[in-house]
Design a protein around this ligand. Structure first.
Ligand SMILES: *[C@@H]1O[C@H](CO)[C@@H](O)[C@H](O)[C@H]1NC(C)=O
Ligand SMILES: *[C@@H]1O[C@H](CO)[C@@H](O)[C@H](O)[C@H]1NC(C)=O
Length: 233
């Protein structure tokens, strides 16, 4: 074989083996709990994962992302999720990071293995990743910011999604994005995406994040339902 063919073969093998774990910003996703209850009526009644006192916004996760719309995933399979490492955070996790479709442990295992292990260049360890993500959820009082702008939970009102996005972006001081969900042909306010730099400080979300979210909010208004009684355990 010629040297160039050998080099080509070596680089092909290397790219197959060495995944690219690089990323440029973190997408912190926090969900409007009332909509999660609407989406998962079959689970909310019996999973026991939605205790009273649950936050209005509950965490989905902190996801390392790249500017081109791709993201690294499952970056360190020698560092599997361990409950023991975050046992002291359980009371906060129950109220701020509940699963809506299964045991919390399964949810955290997925979030850690898929996304958290990719953040090990900015988070010290598993505990640090979960703790810093929890801190993000209490750093901004998004329901107060929405309420100040007239967006309060309702079973009947629909709200302008651009105006809601503006109210949230104003509270954060950077461009955020709102994601919607279609449940039984109605559009609901699903989640807020806040983009963060590697110091966990907010930055303007890249245009594609905003665009992707807007595509889901394909009509201009969405419902913002309250957390109903049936959602609690
Ligand atoms: C992957 O996890 C192992 C075990 O905790 C750790 O020693 C190693 O530094 C991690 N690697 C990276 C790239 O984070
Ligand atoms: C949840 O939202 C409602 C309506 O905006 C508000 O009255 C309540 O104080 C919020 N609860 C928390 C814990 O922020």
């Amino acid at each position: 074989m010629r040297l160039s063919s050998v080099l080509l073969l070596v680089s092909l093998l290397a790219s197959a083996v060495l995944a690219d774990n690089s990323w440029t910003f973190m997408d912190f996703v926090t969900r409007w709990t009332g909509t999660a209850c609407v989406q998962n009526p079959q689970f909310s009644m019996n999973s026991g994962n939605v205790p009273r006192g649950v936050a209005n916004f509950t965490i989905h996760g902190s996801w390392p992302d790249r500017d081109d719309g791709t993201w690294p995933a499952f970056c360190n399979d020698s560092y599997p999720f361990s409950w023991n490492q975050i046992a002291d955070l359980k009371p906060q996790l129950d109220l701020n990071w509940p699963s809506f479709n299964g045991p919390n442990a399964d949810f955290y295992t997925h979030e850690w293995n898929k996304h958290g292990t990719c953040a090990l260049n900015v988070a010290k360890d598993e505990h640090d990743y979960f703790q810093r993500t929890l801190a993000l959820n209490s750093r901004y009082d998004l329901s107060a910011a929405l309420a100040r702008a007239g967006f309060v939970p309702s079973t009947t009102n629909t709200y302008n999604v651009n105006d809601m996005t503006a109210a949230i972006s104003k509270a954060i001081g950077k461009t955020a994005a709102i994601q919607c969900a279609n449940v039984n042909k109605k559009l609901y306010f699903l989640a807020v995406h806040i983009c963060l730099d590697k110091n966990f400080q907010p930055m303007n979300c890249p245009a594609f994040v905003v665009k992707d979210c807007q595509q889901g909010c394909y009509v201009s208004t969405a419902m913002m339902p309250p957390v109903t009684d049936s959602c609690y355990r």
